[in-house]
Write a protein that binds this ligand. Structure first.
Ligand SMILES: *[C@@H]1O[C@H](CO)[C@@H](O)[C@H](O)[C@H]1NC(C)=O
Length: 273
């Protein structure tokens, strides 16, 4: 009988020692894991998606219907901003991006900006809506252009056409002084951006042609404004004083900023010259 109780006592003590060891070893591990997890959550990249916009209600509806589930599947921490132009009849895509960027940065902080046409819908979930170590061209292969890449030679530069959808870290966008404010109507501002990057020793990286596929929503194609292409002659010196740092010389006014459930709507009035 006394033997039995001694065994029981030993058993109990052994159990106690094992349990203590278990707690002593596992507590630091659990704490470490929580900390690591917490850090991962707070350091998640914040992404702003900027849409230059005018008079494309159907496209915007389709875009939002597609993009919210798409971005949620990728678990992106994102917000969508629609920058709507009023006043000036010719569309100012680059200027709208600069105004959007500067307005958004007044009250928020983002690590990554995606400059996105409203009529382009990504077809593949592997197209990453995030920023990397260099600016990135996302809409490499568009259906209406036969899913092909284009380049052309202009004023002695080989220009890769990088329109549609591009991703810039906030610091890279500032480094090239944003887009030019000077382009009016369709064409050229994206080629100007390509040359800005070159001048800064940066380049667009591109996702694989077979992945980076986009569907374009149908609309009447505006005629290219050939005058814009004359501006490309001095893109690589002009960028230093034409862009984010010269916005205050542009005649525009932000009329309203409205937070809606699916996006933030910024309306901008631009003086018609
Ligand atoms: C073409 O671009 C020039 C300058 O870039 C601008 O002055 C002109 O109004 C534009 N015309 C059209 C039709 O977009």
């Amino acid at each position: 009988m006394p033997n039995l109780s001694r065994d029981a006592l030993w058993g109990f003590l052994c159990g106690l020692v094992i349990a203590t060891l278990f707690v002593a070893l596992f507590t630091p591990y659990l704490v470490w894991e929580r900390l690591a997890l917490g850090k991962k959550c707070t350091s998640k990249e914040r992404v702003a998606i900027l849409i230059p916009y005018r008079d494309r209600e159907e496209h915007l509806k389709t875009f939002l219907q597609h993009m919210h589930p798409f971005l949620k599947r990728q678990q992106v921490d994102y917000s969508i901003y629609v920058i709507e132009q009023q006043g000036e009849p010719k569309f100012c895509r680059g200027l709208l991006f600069n105004i959007g960027f500067s307005e958004v940065m007044k009250t928020e902080t983002y690590d990554c900006f995606i400059f996105h046409d409203v009529d382009l819908i990504p077809e593949d979930d592997r197209i990453k809506y995030s920023c990397s170590s260099s600016p990135r061209h996302l809409s490499v292969a568009v259906d209406k252009f036969g899913y092909r890449m284009f380049s052309y030679s202009h004023y002695g530069h080989l220009i890769h056409v990088c329109g549609g959808v591009t991703a810039f870290s906030t610091s890279h966008f500032k480094l090239v002084n944003g887009f030019s404010n000077l382009f009016r109507g369709w064409g050229g501002e994206d080629d100007d951006m390509f040359l800005r990057l070159k001048a800064r020793g940066l380049d667009y990286s591109r996702q694989d042609l077979n992945i980076a596929r986009y569907r374009s929503l149908p609309h009447e194609q505006a005629e290219k404004n050939e005058t814009n292409y004359l501006l490309l002659k001095n893109s690589q010196t002009r960028y230093l004083q034409d862009g984010l740092n010269s916005l205050e010389t542009v005649d525009y006014r932000v009329k309203s900023t409205t937070r809606l459930p699916l996006y933030t709507h910024i309306t901008v009035w631009i003086d018609a010259k």
